[in-house]
Design a protein around this ligand. Structure first.
Ligand code: AMP
Ligand code: MN
Ligand code: MN
Ligand code: MN
Length: 278
């Protein structure tokens, strides 16, 4: 039987709902054999998750998901197998996180103008790590406050570009994010390319620049793609000579991507984990 390899998920260290060890135990219970924790712009969950994985008897891969601004859009780059460079990478990520509290305060002011009070305090109640307060925490607050029925509509109505609670922020550059991952001894993977709403031309430009910077992989099967996008991005991996990756993008029970629920990668695609002897 083939291994269930899941290389993308989140804990309370960023915008997940479960503590790192609980994320690992949930993955193990649902049949995951190899897991990477990839919190946004933070590494603090890796040590507890690694310990929990040893306990649960599954293989653990040190990961991260770095926020990048490319042509004014937010793009996510996953770094895998970054264990050799955690210290240096940690210093860079601290700078990436630095603008979050200020952005959150401005989001809250925007939402207040739209008639929603107390959003900053409300979001911070959901953010165990206030350094990493982000849109998911605001979405959970908007649901709790009864403003929207679910987090999906919180994004749709308030938290995406053009909506009253959206405040842009300048993240890392694409070249820097990829370089930090490579310098940490890891593999850089373009996360959920189907989510960016880029033209085919812009997406080709993004992938080309990513490769020149040292990027090696692209997510094909992810909880953030629809099933028809698995084939589309599998072809894109082949066309650009990138390795394919797979991950649930689990954030919490009932919040979208879930462990043990994705199909396997098409066996004819070169998988990113082949580089680790899997
Ligand atoms: P931030 O880094 O604070 O800008 O928040 C980005 C996070 O918000 C992503 O990692 C997702 O977890 C979540 N997110 C972004 N867009 C959506 C969406 N349309 N629906 C649900 N969650 C989303
Ligand atoms: Mn997230
Ligand atoms: Mn992402
Ligand atoms: Mn993610």
């Amino acid at each position: 039987m083939s291994l269930d390899i899941d290389l993308h998920c989140h804990s309370t260290v960023s915008d997940g709902a479960l503590h790192p060890a609980d994320v690992v135990h949930r993955a193990a219970q649902r049949g995951v054999d190899v897991l990477a924790l990839t919190d946004h712009d933070e590494l603090d969950g890796l040590a507890p998750a690694r310990a929990a994985a040893a306990e649960a008897g599954i293989r653990f891969i040190d990961g991260v998901e770095i926020s990048v601004t490319w042509r004014g859009k937010t793009i996510h780059i996953v770094g895998l197998n970054i264990g050799r460079g955690l210290h240096g990478l940690g210093g860079e990520l601290k700078k990436v996180r630095a603008g979050r509290l200020d952005r959150a305060a401005r989001m809250s002011e925007d939402l207040a103008r739209a008639g929603i009070k107390g959003a900053l305090e409300g979001a911070l109640r959901f953010a165990e790590n206030p350094d990493m307060v982000g849109r998911t925490h605001f979405a959970r607050f908007l649901v709790e406050a009864g403003v929207v029925p679910d987090t999906k509509s919180a994004f749709h109505r308030f938290l995406v570009p053009g909506k009253p609670g959206y405040v842009p922020i300048e993240w890392a550059t694409l070249d820097n994010a990829v370089r930090w991952i490579v310098e940490a001894g890891g593999q850089a993977v373009l996360a959920h390319p189907g989510r960016y709403e880029l033209s085919a031309r812009a997406l080709d430009d993004l992938v080309a620049q990513f490769r020149v910077a040292g990027g090696e992989g692209i997510e094909v099967v992810t909880g953030s793609h629809s099933p028809d996008q698995y084939a589309l991005f599998g072809e894109m991996a082949r066309k650009h000579g990138l390795a394919a990756s797979r991950g649930s993008d689990f954030h919490g029970p009932g919040e979208g991507g879930e462990f043990g629920s994705l199909p396997p990668l098409d066996a004819s695609l070169p998988a990113i984990w082949a580089r680790w002897g899997l």
